[in-house]
Design a protein around this ligand. Structure first.
Ligand code: TGC
Ligand code: FAD
Length: 395
């Protein structure tokens, strides 16, 4: 009886495998709320933001009101949502633009998570409620000009001076850097890698935006300069004492990217599907040519595969069994898949595909950052390879 009903049900091109039915009512409701907000606030405007290289500041309080900042954290004004719900939100945000998902990832999974997981009670009380509301913005400074994939080689130093700390160094490629009220800065010390909360107006701390990016343009990316910045003892994240501190935060943000990449891929596929049915050449819609149908079928497969992988990892995270090595496989697979989908979709759109009138080339360019930040595809392949073989190939 049910198989008969399944055969007759119309197949949804945008949810080919009916992944929707694997979600709870609450998860669907959260997903639809975020999708509606993205459709209203991001989709109509993001081409212009991308062109002008801006991300309006008013988005953060709106995202706060929606409960999306530090969404999967508990207490301190955070929504305490499941990992799967958080993932679904990231998918919808990145279907709009990777820059908007980045804002949410860096705020919730990197800056807020660092304080939530490794901070003192006072630090949590001071920062988390305002950050959850989008009234205060955070950034996460790990990368340096000479220290990217190998953050253990960082040169930024922190030394004790009485009960104070003195920080000196430079951080590079920092999302939200110049718009942040607080920077989480990771530094090498005599006691290992430690994290510090550096409020915006601290003397000796300045930022400089990175311009001329052709990717993730609707996102602020900055350099952080720390010139003998003096900080009180209370600025230290007391519980983080090694590289494990920042790397634990990356697990959270990478998990969101697994979902986000599936969202960007879906947006590109949908644009290509729609275009292929409308665009007529040789007196036929281009969707009627076999070679275009093959492209559409391959894109649909990749989008569905990426979404299922995200959901599987989400369920694992909610069950408490997700490991960093699993997240690496997800980020590696889904971002590479999204790049393939974006590049294919761009070709389906012909010349129109190179303009900002359509979302595809924006996603395609954004994904070049996504495949690089939070650990490059090479880094994640090596994490997976290490887990498979037991042989560490980084050095
Ligand atoms: P290794 O010796 O393996 O480990 C050092 C310590 O860290 C622990 N650890 C982890 N802990 C939690 N989660 C993980 N994923 C962890 N990986 C390692 C490890 O157990 C050890 O702990 P302990 O207690 O013994 O100290 O470290 P390594 O120096 O060999 O490096 C390993 C490697 C290459 C995987 C790591 O360094 C790495 O992930 N590199 C990539 C760097 C990266 O992803 N940077 C991202 C910067 S932030 C960013 O890009 C934000 S963009 C955001 C946006 O806009 O959306
Ligand atoms: P490198 O590490 O120099 O790598 C160059 C190439 O060498 C890559 O292809 C890499 O895969 C390869 N490679 C490196 N090591 C190995 C190896 N052992 N084996 C094989 N191949 C290897 N960082 C932050 O801390 N906070 C942020 O908020 C942040 N936001 C960012 C926003 C944007 C838009 C971008 C582009 C980057 C951001 N980053 C941020 C930095 C990002 O995390 C780094 O760019 C990334 O970790 C890679 O470092 P790298 O660029 O120095 O490349």
């Amino acid at each position: 009886m049910s198989s008969h009903a399944t055969v007759k049900a119309p197949l949804k091109p945008t949810d080919y495998l009916d992944i929707d039915r694997l979600l709870s009512d609450e998860e669907r409701m959260i997903r639809d709320t975020v999708r509606a907000w993205v459709g209203d606030r991001v989709v109509p405007n993001v081409g212009e933001w991308f062109e002008d290289a801006i991300l309006p500041g008013e988005l953060a309080p709106e995202l706060g009101k929606l409960g999306l900042l530090g969404m999967h954290l508990t207490g301190y004004g955070c929504a305490g949502a499941s990992a799967t719900a958080y993932g679904l939100a990231c998918m919808e945000l990145e279907a709009g633009d990777s820059g908007v998902r980045s804002l949410v990832s860096v705020q919730g999974s990197l800056a807020m998570f660092a304080i939530w997981r490794w901070g003192s009670e006072e630090q949590k009380q001071e920062w988390l409620p305002r950050m959850a509301a989008g009234e205060a913005i955070g950034c996460f400074g790990l990368t340096e000009p000479d220290s990217g994939s190998d953050p253990g080689s960082m040169r930024t130093r922190a030394r004790r001076d009485g009960s104070d700390w003195i920080l000196h160094g430079q951080k590079m490629w920092i999302t939200n850097g110049s718009v942040s009220d607080v920077a989480i800065v990771w530094a090498s010390t005599d006691e290992g890698v430690r994290g510090f909360l550096v409020p915006r107006d601290t003397p000796g701390f300045t930022t400089q935006d990175i311009h001329r990016k052709l990717s993730l343009r609707a996102s602020v990316t900055s350099e952080l300069l720390l010139d003998d910045v003096r900080l009180p003892a209370e600025a230290l994240l007391p519980e983080a004492t090694s590289l494990k501190g920042p790397l634990s935060c990356l697990n959270e943000a990478r998990y969101g990217i697994v979902w986000g990449a599936a969202g960007a891929a879906r947006a590109c596929f949908e644009a290509a599907l729609e275009y292929s049915k409308e665009r007529v050449q040789f007196d036929r819609p281009i969707a009627s040519f076999q070679i275009q149908q093959q492209k559409l079928a391959t894109m649909a497969l990749e989008v569905n595969r990426a979404t299922l992988l995200s959901l599987h990892l989400g369920r694992m995270k909610d069950a408490g069994v997700l490991r960093p090595e699993h997240v690496s496989m997800g980020k590696l697979g889904n971002v590479n898949a999204a790049l393939d989908v974006a590049r294919t979709a761009r070709q389906v759109l012909g010349a129109n595909g190179v303009t900002l009138e359509y979302p595809v080339i924006r996603h395609m360019n954004n994904l070049e950052s996504v495949v690089t930040y939070e650990g490059t595809a090479d880094v994640h392949a090596l994490v997976v390879g290490g887990a498979l073989t037991g042989i560490q190939a980084f050095r």
